[in-house]
Design a protein around this ligand. Structure first.
Ligand code: APR
Length: 228
């Protein structure tokens, strides 16, 4: 089977009811990014940061994967599909995709702020975290989110995955945030690239085939173009 690699961003989950970032005027769900998505914000007001991600988890429980997510899961019958997502939600997994790499972390995980940086799953019996909650080794717990200014731990691995792509699909990302936005540059010259987005996205590569549609309709059109 051919390797079909998908890079997704916030637009992938827009039709599920989760707002994108850059459409919201620099605010994330009415919060300044600096307050809730930077190490400085965390040190200044950890309780605010916990409360913000508690709300995001509650929101995630109320939304469902959309037909775009399900369409990508269906592609696994025809391709070796690998999804690299910038999203911190779990909608790809809930739609049935079996290989998902989260570049910017996951809402449903917490991490020790101690030296081991152990990662813990969030379970439905404790969805809310507060300042003072400790990991089993007695270090503070922080959201397992890659904040602005922090390294993206999986970026080298993601680069290798893109290099191995026979087909690359980009969905719902403004390609504004690096290093994720640079990933498409690692695709082989012969690899066709499809970009699904209802709005203009600046891409240098001339070999990109644009599908100017939302995620659900766009994945449907992609299937037709791929002959399935
Ligand atoms: N279907 C597909 N794409 C859509 C849809 C839709 N229904 N609605 C909007 N979009 C597109 C927008 O046109 C835009 O190009 O989704 C893209 C969203 O871009 P951003 O909001 O910039 O999100 P993203 O690229 O994922 O941001 C990257 O920035 O804030 C950080 O860490 C955060 O992972 C995030 C990163």
């Amino acid at each position: 089977m051919k390797n079909l690699v998908v890079l997704t961003g916030a637009g992938m989950s827009a039709e599920s009811g989760i707002s994108t970032f850059r459409d919201a005027g620099g605010l994330w769900e009415n919060h300044r990014i600096e307050d809730v998505a930077t190490p400085e914000g965390w040190f200044a007001n950890p309780e605010l940061v916990h409360s913000f991600y508690n709300q995001r988890r509650m929101q995630l429980m109320e939304v469902q994967p959309n037909p775009g997510h399900f369409g990508l899961a269906d592609l696994e019958s025809h391709f070796n599909v690998k999804i690299i997502t910038q999203n911190v939600d779990n909608l790809h997994e809930r739609a049935g995709s079996t290989w998902v790499l989260h570049l910017h972390g996951e809402l449903m995980k917490m991490r020790s702020a101690g030296p081991g940086e152990e990662v813990y799953d969030v379970h439905s019996d404790k969805m809310e975290y507060h300042y003072g909650d400790l990991c089993p080794k007695a270090y503070p717990m922080r959201p397992h989110i890659v904040w602005f200014g922090e390294d993206v731990p999986h970026i080298s691995y993601a680069t290798e995955i893109v290099q191995d792509a026979d087909i690359l699909v980009i969905i719902g990302t403004s390609l504004n945030v690096y290093p994720a936005a640079g990933l498409l540059n690692y695709a082989k010259k012969s690899t066709p690239i499809y970009l699904i987005d209802p709005n203009d996205v600046k891409v240098d590569s001339k070999s990109v085939q644009l599908i100017r549609k939302g995620g659900s309709e766009g994945v449907g059109e992609l299937k037709v173009l791929l002959g399935i």
